[in-house]
Design a protein around this ligand. Structure first.
Ligand code: PLP
Length: 455
């Protein structure tokens, strides 16, 4: 036996059982922990940051989740972004069922992957895409392509931006400018992150300085097009354009990661809200989440001259057994075809209503906070008194996570499922109707009081 067992994490999950009965979830969580590390297949699902029992969901429809105890929740996570149309949309379901009936994977080219690629190309500045199965694969492949294309090794990223669990991108920030990154997790060789520079977000001077010093070694700069993985921290006006210009000046590729924002914050993602208006385009883009319609599908894309470096056309190797899977691409295509301007207008409206109500409830309860939005993605920061703006990861880190924890559980007990972390975006869908929104608004005042009492 090479591994010794570490038991400390076990008690975190049982410290605070909510009032709502979660007996079946608790029983399943026990079974899960016996056979899966931490009982989950992606860490944030374990409720480690908020305590209590993670809810095992049995089914979902529209804006609502139903757990294994029969409790219902308005879902403000939406599978972390993908479910733009809401759960179990009948047209998406029908398309998927039809696809499944034709067989689920052939390992050959298929029609639906071409159609999905055409839909992505029609909505974004990319002219070609390579389909993969996860956002992590998309960013990993984009970085390999950028390094192959430029013949350079260094990658620049921003503190607080998440690009999946790619070795070289799991680097935390140092506190200074342009610090050499240390790995954010054991298991990543220092050599992987030594080729990564981590900079503070929304700080053009830090980017200028890093490129002035090492510009000719930098293969690419990768950024979330509008960050949602440190809470929602939108780019300052013009910031992405400045990044594109600095990269161009130094012969580095500008990689815009729209895995979260793509096809969610607008028809054309975050690029539709800034680049399309300002007249610039990234060199490479990555997509995921919404484009899979609740199935594993993601993509990287760019101009043909760059994409031609990928195998089999070019020398940069990239492959995947289930890439462009016919069921996943059918779900993604059906979702994108249903994601009309009316859908985006509705989701924008719901997000504005809920975020304004959260702001008002917390103010009324005297809880210091900042609400920030990037398109229809928004989040509440439980920042100290006097903070009016969260421009970067360091500021996001000043939050009172105890207040968030109380707020989260008060919402959960009242049937609202928020992201179980103070550092995540909240998501709405086209299926969030008046009844769902009213349910959220009704829960907010008591949750705000609970946050106030916990401070
Ligand atoms: C979710 C996410 C990823 C990773 O996607 P997975 O499908 O979870 O691997 C990458 N980048 C951003 C911006 C994301 O939000």
């Amino acid at each position: 036996m090479v591994f010794t067992l570490v038991g400390e994490n076990a008690e975190v999950h049982t410290e605070q059982l909510p009032r709502q009965a979660a007996g079946q979830s608790a029983a399943w969580f026990d079974r899960a922990r016996a056979v899966t590390p931490g009982g989950v297949n992606s860490p944030v699902r374990a409720f480690s940051a908020v305590g209590g029992t993670p809810r095992f969901i049995a089914s979902a429809r529209g804006a609502w989740l139903t757990d294994v105890d029969g409790n219902q929740y308005v879902d403000l996570v939406c599978s972390w972004g993908p479910m733009l149309l809401g759960h179990a949309h009948p047209d998406v379901q029908a398309a998927v069922q039809e696809a499944v009936a034709r067989g689920t994977s052939y390992g050959t080219p298929t029609r639906s992957e071409v159609e999905l690629a055409e839909e992505i190309v029609a909505r974004t500045p990319v002219e070609q895409v390579r389909l993969v199965s996860s956002g992590t694969e998309a960013t990993m492949s984009a970085i390999r392509l950028a390094r192959g294309f430029t013949g350079r090794d260094l990658v620049v990223k921003f503190a607080g931006c998440y690009h999946g669990h790619v070795d070289s991108l799991l680097a935390e920030a140092g506190s200074g400018l342009a610090t050499h990154a240390v790995p954010g997790t054991p298991g990543v060789p220092a050599a992987s992150t030594a080729a990564t520079l981590v900079l503070p977000y929304n700080d053009p001077a830090a980017v200028e300085k890093a490129f002035a010093e090492r510009g000719d070694e930098i293969a690419c700069l990768i950024t979330e097009a509008s960050p949602g993985n440190m809470g929602v921290v939108p780019p300052a006006p013009g910031f992405n354009q400045v990044l594109a210009r600095i990269c161009a000046r130094h012969g580095a590729l500008f990689v815009s990661d729209e895995v979260m924002t793509g096809f969610r914050v607008s028809r054309r993602g975050q690029w539709g809200l800034d680049g399309a208006r300002e007249g610039w385009a990234p060199d490479l883009m990555t997509f995921g989440k919404v484009m899979g319609g609740g199935f594993p599908a993601a993509a990287l894309g760019g101009p043909p001259a760059g994409m031609a470096w990928l195998s089999p056309e070019g020398p940069v190797y990239q492959a995947g057994t289930l890439s462009g899977n016919p069921v996943a691409t059918t779900a993604g295509l059906a979702t994108l075809r249903l994601a009309t301007d009316e859908v985006y207008a509705h989701v924008d409206g719901v997000a504005a209503t809920i975020s304004a109500a959260a702001d008002e409830a917390l103010s009324a309860a005297g809880v210091p906070h900042v609400v920030q939005a990037g398109g229809s993605m928004f989040s509440v920061f439980f920042t100290p008194e006097g903070t009016t703006d969260v421009p970067d990861y360091a500021t996001a880190g000043t939050q009172d996570t105890t207040a968030f924890k109380a707020f989260f559980h008060a919402m959960l007990e009242r049937g609202v499922y928020l992201p179980p972390s103070a550092f995540e975006a909240w998501f709405c869908s086209a299926a969030h109707d008046d009844r769902a929104v009213e349910h959220v608004l009704a829960a907010l005042p008591a949750a705000a009081e609970a946050a106030g009492a916990a401070r």
